[in-house]
Design a protein around this ligand. Sequence first.
Ligand SMILES: [Zn+2]
Length: 449
Amino acid sequence: MKKFLLMALCVPALSNLSWAQTADKCGYNFIHAAAIKRNPNFDAEHATMTQEAIKNASLTGAKLTTTTTLTVPVVFHIVLDSDYLKLMDPATISDRVNSQIAVLNEDYNKGNADSTKIPTVFKTRYGNPAIRFGLAKVDPHGNPTPGWEVIVTTKNGFELNNDDPGANAKHVDSGGADAWDVTKYINVWITNFLVNGSPSTTIGLTIMPSYTVGAGAYPKDEMGVMLRYDAWGRRSSSTENFFANIDQGRTLTHEMGHYFEMIHIWGDDGGQCPGSGGTDDGMADTPPQADATYGCPTFPVTDACSKSVDTGIMFMNYMDYTNDACMYMFTNDQANAMHGELLPTGESYSLTQHPELLAVPDVPAISTSNLSIYPNPTTGKINLTFAPAPKDLEAISVVNILGQKVWEKSINQQQISIINIDLSGMTKGIYFVECQYSKGKEVRKILLQ
Ligand SMILES: [Zn+2]
C-alpha cells in the first residue's frame, strides 16, 4: 500500500512549516494480516465471502428493480480521551452524527449530488444499494438514546498493529465501549488509532460479518466499523477539524461497503491483474485495476490492468482510496451484492428485522410528585427525597451533557426515601438525575455551579 507525505504551504504569519498527511485510508491490511496470523488458511477458507458477494450480484439484480428499501439501525460509540475529545469539539458531535447518517443515506440510495461528475461511460453502471441507515432510538436496555454515546477514556488511542487491531476500543474493561447487540445494530466506534504506539494515518477499519466465522475469526462482538476521530461526518464550517481531504463522510461510505462484504476495487492483490494471478474485486462491472488510487485524478486514468482506454479505471468508486470529494459511485453489481446481504439469505438480514429500534420508545410517564431535588442549582451536594418512598426504584444515576454516567447507585427496589449525591469537584454545568423504575425512567435537570 502506498504511503506518502505531501508538503503543505508554510504559514508565513506563524513562520511555521506544517505537513499535511495523506490518509493511509482503510486498515483492511491490519485486519487481514492478523487473521492470517491466527489461521494461515484464512484466505482459502473465506474465499466464500467474495464468491457469495458475486453470487448476490448476479442473482439479485432482477429482484432489485422492484426492491423495497431496507433500513438498518446504527449506533456511534465515541471513545476518546479528553484531549482528543476537545480536538473534535464535543458541541458538534450531534451535528456530525446527523450529517454522517445523511451522507450514508445519499450514497446508498443514489441521492448524492456529486453523481453528476460520473464520467459518461460509467453513468449506466451507477448502482443503487437501496439501503437506509437510521440512528438507533432505543438502546439495548429499552431506553431512549440519541443513537450515539461518548465514553471518555484514559487511553490516547488504540493499537492496530497487533493480533486484534483496535479491539480494546470495543470493550469496556480495556477502556472502550462494548458493542450493542451486533445482530440488531451496526456498531461504529469513533476513536484514535495507534500503530506501534504512535498516531496512525489510518482513518477507517471494518470487521465484516464473514470475518467473524470459521477458524481464525474475530469475536462476534467486535463486528462493526472503526473511524478516526477527524475522518467522519460532513464538514459544515471551515473551522471544523477534519483530516486533510476527508471531510465529506465518505470514509464510512467506504467502510460500510466492507461491512456489506465489498472488497477494494483493485482486489488487494499487490498490483496484479485479473487473469494473470490477480483477483480484482469480483465485480463484472468495475474495470480491472492494479492498485489503489490516491488524491483526485482527472478522468480518464489507465493503469497496468486497463484493457480499454475508453473506460480506464473507476477511481471515483467508493471502494477506491481517492479523496472524499472525488469518489461518488457504487456500480450496479456492487449495489446488488450489498443489498443481497440484507435479504433473508444474507449475513446481515437480522439487522432489517428490528424496526422498533428506530422509533422513539414509549416509556411510561412516571409520577414526579413524590421526588424533590435540592438545592438546585447546587455547588456539589444534592439530596433526593421521595415521599412516599417508591417500591419499584431500581437505580439512580447522574449523567452529564454528553450522556456519560458520572455517578450511579443500584437501589434494587429497596424502599429508600433519601439519597445524598456529591458532585463536588466535577466540571460545572448541566447534569441529569435519572431515576430508573421498573416501568420507566424519570429524568430531572440540575445545574452544578
Ligand atoms: Zn477499505
